[in-house]
Design a protein around this ligand. Sequence first.
Ligand code: PMP
Length: 369
Amino acid sequence: MSIETTIHRALNFSAGPAVLPLSVLEQIRDELLCLPDVGSSILEISHRSGPFGEILEDATSRLRRVYSIPDDYEILLLQGGAVLQNTMVPANLLIEKNQTADYILTGAWGQKSSRDVQYFGKLNVAWDGANEGFVRLPQSDELKFSPHPAYVHYTSNETIHGVQFQTPLSVNQAPLVCDSSSDILSRPLDISRFGLIYACAQKNCGIAGITIVIIRKDLLQRSGDRLPLYLDYAKHAAANSMANTPSTFGVYVLGLVCRWLEETIGGLDQMQSINEQKARMLYQRIDDSAGFYVGHARPADRSRMNVVFTLANRELEPAFLQQAMSAGMISLKGHRSLGGIRASIYNAMPVEGVQTLAEFMQDFAEKNG
Ligand code: PMP
């Protein structure tokens, strides 16, 4: 006897963990009991097994191909989230305690990243947007770099404040380190501009429990012999990301998402144009609302991943969220530190989903304006 279930999936605007491509979820479902030709589930096989070796190789080579990662960069698949990178970056890249790292603070995540530097060296805040409420990016002449920073860190997309750099920061004096957690794989990127890029996976590349680190190989030397096993990039690189048991399921899902990007979307140029189209729809709705909706970020610095706004009449926000939910749209509530509304429209959110939200916004404004 077969049991029929009707599955109604909501439009999920969560900031992360976030929506996955439906075809990826379907493949996970179809293969969950038994990977083809393996006889066991991905949840059950050893990370040292041949089949998992192939899954790891497939995921990293797809990631390298889709992002055009040059050969002189290592790809590490770690655990501990992007937050552990707040520790690992200064631990590895500051060789001595009297060295300085420069941080550009364009939102809450950059602020959080900068706090761990004190354990390993000196922090220079090259720019801080906190006093203005993190509504904009700095102009290049506002950046106050230290004379010889060991590296320069910035956050390409601030998930809470909805502020995003559209091109890599221009820095010549030191390796550039980027937290790309909430915009990784959302557009083409010249990886050679960076010393190190890191990102948690649960927004654009799969599920929580796996963190991607792309590091230029010469920087692996900086840690020397100082660090315990798990904190040392060089040891992870030498062990091919298997210094301990990796998130086997996370690696598998990363591979499926990269395959979807390559084969269904057609690569990062296409992904970028889809993402721009989605963001345009929502920002246009905000800008055409005669002040009913108020965007958080300065228009030039707006994120294409997290659209952050309030209603001019803040008392209407609970009704907005409630009615959106009744119409099948979930997780639109802004971060607890900022309130308001946040629509996260990562790679896997389809254009039609954003269209539905844009129409709802227009309708809500007409009825309540
Ligand atoms: N950096 C950014 C930009 C993020 O959005 C997040 C998660 N929302 C993190 C870091 C932290 O990631 P995790 O919780 O996986 O450590």
